[in-house]
Write a protein that binds this ligand. Structure first.
Ligand code: C5J
Length: 242
């Protein structure tokens, strides 16, 4: 249940402390909600993971995504993956671990973690709509070898609401990259998930520890409350000036 009084000015009730954002300079970044990580037969499962652990993030992300679309916020989806010839895949990444299938091998959803294959695409529940930006990234961080920085700068973005999978890998790496570039990141706790629940918890703690060394953490309800409060304030201000 949302409580608009708790976030009367559009401030997000976050940890380690509330954060007041300029919402016109805020984007929603959804990290790697791809079939390859979320569904059986993809990259995540070939590494030996229980992909069912990630499903809990879908509904919270969907609710924030809907609110972001309603208010015309910049929405960016990312996808981790590689070119079909693997020219952008470091051999050290392809060779790592002992997966049942390696990056580029044929699997039930097409070649594992390869752009254009069914497994590489975003899950239907969160599929991008026209106008939303999709960043294809070869690394764990969304800034490495992509145009994300230029796109954010072009749109005048200073703040990022970040969610997706997995908390301790691509979400954490992206938040650290963004923090070093001067962005304020609010990580949506229930909009992230890991194959390892304890890594999810620690991944969030690492972000908000030491006074928010990499960013802020808030749940989806707190983000929605703040969005709703800010919209009400804007509508009131528009009404008063008529
Ligand atoms: C991983 C990701 N875990 N999106 N990728 O390899 O977190």
């Amino acid at each position: 249940m949302l409580n608009a009084t708790r976030a009367a000015s559009g401030t997000i009730i976050a940890e380690p402390e509330p954060i007041d954002l300029d919402w016109s300079a805020t984007a929603l970044v959804i990290i790697d909600m791809q079939r390859d990580f979320m569904e059986p037969g993809g990259f995540g499962e070939t590494l030996g993971n229980d992909v069912g652990q990630l499903a809990r993030a879908v509904l919270p992300i969907a609710s924030v995504l809907m609110a972001a679309r309603d208010r015309g916020m910049l929405v960016i989806h990312t996808r981790e993956g590689h070119l079909p010839d693997l020219s952008d895949a470091p051999p050290a990444k392809v060779a790592r671990g002992a997966p049942s299938l390696r990056i580029g091998d044929p699997g039930p959803m097409g070649r594992i973690l390869i752009r254009g294959e069914a497994g590489h695409d975003i899950i239907p529940e969160l599929y991008p709509v026209e106008g939303e930006i999709v960043i294809d990234k070869p690394g764990k961080g969304a800034f490495h070898a992509t145009a994300l920085g230029d796109i954010l700068q072009k749109h005048g973005i200073d703040n990022l609401l970040v969610c997706g999978v997995t908390t301790e890998v691509c979400v954490n790496t992206t938040v650290r990259e963004a923090n070093d570039r001067g962005y304020r990141c609010v990580v949506i706790s229930d909009g992230c998930a890991s194959y390892f629940p304890e890594f999810h918890e620690m991944g969030l703690k690492m972000i908000k520890a030491q006074g928010g060394i990499f960013g802020w953490v808030a749940d989806s309800d707190a983000v929605l409350e703040a969005m709703q409060a800010e919209t009400s304030n804007s509508n009131l201000a528009a009404g008063a000036s008529r």
